[in-house]
Design a protein around this ligand. Structure first.
Ligand SMILES: Nc1ncnc2c1ncn2[C@@H]1O[C@H](COP(=O)(O)OP(=O)(O)O)[C@@H](O)[C@H]1O
Ligand SMILES: [Mg+2]
Length: 386
């Protein structure tokens, strides 16, 4: 069972060993992951953030200009310029390069260096290892496992890939196992003659059709790719199972990130349900890029004011300006109420998990100053109604 619903974002980064930021594309996962790791470091933890495809300027801020698959530490003066963070805190970052991670995995599980090389040099592997469905998701989880095994970090914050479905990475280890269990995969691993002997007519027809479409050369590449994997499935299988256990462990916290847009909220709600079905739970919810909620007046009341101003005595121009201000305020309140109403869809599903609202900032979040600004909202004391 994962870390259950947390009372605050502060509790998440103080209690969790692993934090997984998930949500649909573009909602602010990468940003949130960076902010959580920084705040972890500020509170004295040895934190590392695994980012995936960060915006160029954010990558620069985190010192990730060159795609580097190993974590490196960020100078303290950069993330703690005021020098008011806990003295023991440390911050590191890495940018996931799923190809390199996959290569490392292959090398690790190859029975001999020669087998490893054969796979790495295989044309099919070179072309698809980065693009296979779920590879990036799996490699993110793989990297997480690696950092966990290294044992250096006490807080590992993981960003998740910009997939359409927020939950693809959850299935990734299982999908890899399914690939290894796949009948065609097994057939391809057999010596050629046995394939012909054992493979049913359907499979043979299938292979023939494929070779007609993509050329025999490709098929040969594919066949030798799978053959090269011979004997490695057990290693991969154990590893995938270990990754799955780690994801579901008691010190793993899921932070769900969403915007208030309907599609994002629906995806987040779906994801919360899926986690629950799998016996996992959402520790905290970040609602990013919300509109400000000015006061508590009802939009109807404000629009009423606009009307009464129309009939009020006094300077017409001044009244018109005031009326316009009330009308704007009414619009803002309408949007804010609407957004919070949308969000209830998710909140109803996550029990007592902390929810934080982060407003639309005037600029993209690319430097430590802006990241800190997002942090003040995530780590603000809960405001009750929100
Ligand atoms: N609260 C915010 N206000 C303004 N811009 C934001 C905010 N949160 C994120 N952004 C910007 O939106 C873009 C997408 O954010 P990102 O974290 O990369 O999303 P994701 O990883 O979910 O795709 C980035 O350019 C980021 O700087
Ligand atoms: Mg991202």
């Amino acid at each position: 069972m994962t870390l259950g619903p947390a009372p605050s974002f502060g509790a998440v980064i103080e209690r969790a060993h692993i934090v997984i930021c998930c949500g649909t594309g573009g909602v602010g996962k990468t940003t949130t992951a960076a902010v959580l790791a920084i705040e972890g470091a500020r509170r004295g933890r040895n934190a590392v953030v695994v980012t995936i495809d960060p915006a160029k300027r954010l990558a620069q801020t985190l010192g990730l200009e060159a795609l580097s698959d190993t974590a490196h530490e960020i100078d303290r003066d950069r993330w703690d310029p005021e020098n008011d963070a806990a003295p023991d805190g440390r911050l590191s970052a890495l940018m996931l390069d799923s190809k390199t991670t996959f290569d490392a995995l292959v090398t690790r599980y190859a029975a001999t260096p020669d087998q490893g090389e054969r796979i790495l040099e295989n044309r099919f592997y070179r072309n698809v290892s980065g693009a296979l469905g779920g590879t990036q998701e799996y490699m993110a989880m793989e990297k997480l496992h690696e950092l966990h095994e290294d044992g250096d970090y006490d807080l590992i914050v993981v960003d998740t890939p910009p997939t359409r479905h927020a939950l693809d990475f959850l299935d990734a280890p299982a999908r890899l196992l399914r690939l290894l269990d796949n009948r065609i995969f097994r057939l391809l691993m057999m010596p050629t003659r046995s394939i012909v002997r054992v493979a049913g007519v359907a499979v043979q027809a299938f292979l023939r059709t494929i070779s007609r479409v993509v050329g025999t050369e490709v098929i040969d590449d594919v066949v030798s790719f799978f053959r090269a994997f011979e004997g490695m499935e057990a290693g991969f299988r154990d590893r995938a199972a270990a990754v799955q256990r780690l994801i579901a462990g008691p010190t793993t916290a899921f932070v769900l990130v969403t915007s208030a847009r309907r599609e994002a909220v629906e995806e987040a709600a779906f994801f919360a349900d899926r986690l629950q079905e799998s016996g996992l739970s959402v520790a905290a919810l970040a609602v990013n890029r919300v509109h400000p909620s000015f006061g508590t007046a009802s939009p109807e009341g404000l629009r009423e004011r606009v009307k009464t101003l129309d009939d009020a005595p006094g300077d017409a121009a001044a009244r018109a300006r005031l009326a316009q201000t009330y009308a704007n305020l009414a619009d803002f309140r309408t949007v804010a109420i609407h957004e919070r109403h949308e969000i209830d869809q998710v909140r109803n599903r996550i029990g007592t998990a902390a929810t934080a609202f982060v407003p639309y900032l005037a600029r993209d979040v690319h430097d430590f100053g802006a990241l800190r600004q997002v942090g003040t909202h995530l780590f603000a004391p809960p405001t009750g109604a929100g």
